[in-house]
Design a protein around this ligand. Structure first.
Ligand code: GDP
Ligand code: IMO
Ligand code: MG
Length: 426
């Protein structure tokens, strides 16, 4: 079957290597779009040793001529977006002529950022460990039907009206609940108008633009942010992000109905990481955890925080395969396991069924199956047959357990370090 729309998403707690894979597959795409999340994401691209970290802009931007869309499901912080555009343009990437923003996307306003940070501080030890970017409060305003959308920024009178009501409401909470300084209306309003002038020409009807691509038989890549265990419905609630990170979002966050989606590529690391608070059944606190962090250079691409590390959790991965309708898996960072004598995969949560509450998540006792390591370098391999037998056994077991075939294996951070078994784009 000809594939027109391919979704690439994370099957763990984020940072699986989505950016790298989207950039790689964009070679055969006409357009790339982000459909959920915001600048809480940090997607790393490494091309000939040169590193680019993208937060809001789709990971197709480094491929000349490819159009990039930010859909209605994304929350957009204009200052962060403008900074990202200017940084890329300073390094010679043409952005403004091929980046398009949905007028229906909610804006992250300064009070969202302030509220996110004030709440986290108030929670103390129980903090979610958010990125402090205002993601949650902006999505809340959308659902509460008081959000300011990108299109509203373009209409000075409408913006004034909406902002005065919503700022009143949030300032009340900021002052009376958090005992903090309220925000000044004129400052927020004037900054928003300035930002609107910058982004105005990039604002379009993204849904219509995507359907126009489809009518021309173009190939579209849909880039997920975060990971399935951070999904607001299917994740480790309340230690999650505030959007649906699973594949249904690719439809709702773009305006491409579910039947338009041809293929879902689920990205998983060969182990697991998590940034921020919350349950992580296979987390390691011993030297194996330290080794994973060191070899995998596990620091957040957005906040720089150290990532918690542990063995691959096949129980959680199998759930992610089901929830997303994964067509094929891409196993990344297999090279990080090169030094291990023994590698473990979590194959059961003991007598507990899949957790449905934070209490159940906290009570999980993981059970493992041990595999022999290969203790030789897989870095940069491009053919499945080059892999040591022990690595092949590990990868085959992941497919067997989860019921999803392995279509790609990533053997290093660079764009060219991959084994392509089945091309998701054809
Ligand atoms: P994303 O948020 O899913 O796009 O992932 P991040 O960019 O936050 O984190 C993935 C990190 O792993 C980045 O530093 C990548 O450069 C790196 N990376 C991706 N794939 C591989 C791989 O196969 N091997 C190694 N060693 N590093 C990788
Ligand atoms: P990418 O796209 C890893 C985590 C935060 C926190 C929780 C809620 O790079 O994989 P939020 O600011 O979204 O309200 O924080 O979600 N988180 C991520 N962790 N990768 C990400 O994005 C993340 N985006 C949010 O650390 O635990
Ligand atoms: Mg990341």
């Amino acid at each position: 079957m000809k594939k027109s729309v391919v979704v690439v998403l994370g099957t763990q707690w984020g940072d699986e290597g989505k950016g790298k894979i989207v950039d790689l597959l964009t070679e055969r795409a006409d357009a790339v779009m982000r459909y959920q999340g915001g600048h809480n994401a940090g997607h790393t691209l490494i091309i000939n040793d040169e590193k680019t970290v993208l937060h809001l802009i789709p990971s197709g931007i480094l491929r000349e001529g490819v159009k990039c869309y930010i859909g209605n499901g994304v929350v957009i912080e204009p200052a962060a977006l403008i900074k990202e555009i200017k940084n890329l343009e300073a390094s010679g990437v043409d952005v403004q002529s091929r980046l398009y923003l949905s007028k229906s996307a909610p804006v992250i306003m300064p009070y969202h950022i302030k509220l996110d940070q004030l709440r986290e501080t108030k929670k103390g030890k129980a903090a979610i460990g958010t990125t402090g970017r205002g993601i949650g409060p902006s999505y809340e305003d959308k659902v509460a039907r008081r959000g300011i959308l990108v299109g509203d920024l373009l209409d000075a009178e409408l913006l004034k009206e909406k902002l005065s009501t919503v700022l009143d409401y949030h300032n009340f909470v900021i002052e009376n609940y958090h005992q903090a300084q309220p925000l000044d209306f004129n400052e927020v309003y004037n900054n928003a108008l300035e930002q609107a002038a910058f982004i105005k020409n990039m604002c379009v009807d993204v849904t219509d633009a995507l359907h126009t691509h489809l009518n021309k038989d173009h190939k579209l890549l849909m880039e997920g942010a975060q990971g399935s265990l951070l999904d607001i419905d299917h994740g480790t609630y309340p230690y999650v992000t505030s959007s649906n990170t699973t594949s249904g979002s690719a439809s709702t966050g773009s305006g491409l109905g579910a039947t338009h989606i041809d293929y879902v590529l689920g990205i998983t690391k060969a182990y697991t990481t998590r940034v921020g608070g919350g349950p992580f059944p296979t987390e390691l606190f011993d030297e194996d955890g330290v080794e994973l962090a060191k070899r995998g250079v596990e620091f957040g691409a957005t906040t720089g925080r150290p990532r918690r590390c542990g063995w691959l959790d096949l129980v959680a991965l199998k759930r992610a395969v089901q929830v997303n309708g994964v067509s094929g898996l891409c196993v990344t960072k297999i090279d990080v396991l090169d030094s291990f004598k023994t590698i473990k995969l979590c194959t059961s949560y003991g007598d507990q069924s899949f957790p449905g509450s934070i209490k159940e998540w906290t009570n999980v006792t993981p059970e493992y199956k041990s595999f022999a390591g290969w203790q030789s370098s897989t870095r940069g391999m491009t053919e499945f047959n080059q892999l040591p037998q022990a690595a092949k056994v590990l990868v085959d077991y992941i497919a067997e357990f989860t019921g999803a075939p392995i279509h790609m294996i990533s053997t290093g951070p660079d764009r060219c370090e991959n084994i392509l078994l089945v091309d998701p784009m054809t």
